[in-house]
Design a protein around this ligand. Structure first.
Ligand code: 5RP
Length: 232
């Protein structure tokens, strides 16, 4: 028996979508890459949401046999709504992945994690043969960390230890991310806290340095990954 499923069927992107036209244009490029039989990693964020709509349209029109591995619950519910079959990293590895980013530097190093999905996003990117990062011009920076802090996913009990260690690595400010729709801290896709750390300088080793702190699950730094940047 099927649910009436009004919640998922009526689901819309949870926030305002900036530059929708530009995102729709690149979404068509992403949809054009879909091949029958592909397993596709789907990141998170509004740009990814728009691209997922275009991918679903192509799947439906051409009756393509596709499986998706989404990085967030929101995109997983979107896949359910759009009729895109889903699988997991236990069963499949993505042929390719598309995602967004918060900052991109001239070496294509990234900051991600505004949506709190950076751990699963990194898993998808690390597992994918090909990765497309879709960004508009506002995301390009000369120096990582100039507009966005580095989000660090932290096991809740390790909060204060990790704060101290981030400061020892040079963070000038470390803020516990607050939720918008609830009181208190924001939780990641995996039920952990996020510390947003502001640095004046982010060295290439910083991703590894942060990762070695006990209590850190993952950071939103993506240094030296092989990604294709698609500009809106
Ligand atoms: C979420 C992310 C997003 O990809 C990033 O925040 C970009 O989002 P948007 O496309 O809404 O600008 O990393 O964790």
């Amino acid at each position: 028996m099927n649910w009436k499923n009004t919640i998922i069927n009526n689901l819309q992107w949870s926030d305002a979508i900036t530059n929708r036209e530009g995102k729709e244009r690149v979404a068509k490029e992403i949809a054009a890459k879909v091949k029958d039989g592909d397993v596709i990693g789907i990141g998170s964020g509004s740009t990814v949401y728009i691209a997922a709509l275009a991918v679903a349209e192509r799947i439906k029109k051409e009756k393509l046999n596709i499986q998706a591995i989404p990085a967030s619950m929101e995109l997983s519910m979107t896949c359910t709504q759009l009729g895109i079959p889903q699988t997991t990293l236990w069963e499949k590895t993505p042929d390719w992945t598309f995602d967004g980013a918060d900052e991109v530097d001239p070496q294509s190093c990234l900051i991600k994690g505004r949506g709190g999905a950076m751990f699963k996003e990194k898993l998808l990117i690390a597992n994918s043969k090909e990765v497309y990062i879709i960004v508009d011009e506002s995301k390009f920076v000369d120096r990582l960390g100039s507009k966005f802090p580095v989000p660090v996913e932290v096991f809740p009990n390790a909060l204060l230890y990790v704060e101290e260690q981030l400061k020892a690595l040079g963070a000038k400010e470390v803020i516990l991310r607050s939720a918008k729709g609830k009181d208190g801290p924001s939780f990641t896709e995996n039920g952990n806290f996020v510390l947003d750390a502001w640095f004046d300088h982010i060295s290439f080793n910083m991703e590894k340095d942060i990762k070695t702190i006990t209590g850190v699950i993952e950071s939103g730094l993506f240094m030296g990954y092989s990604v294709n940047i698609l500009s809106i």
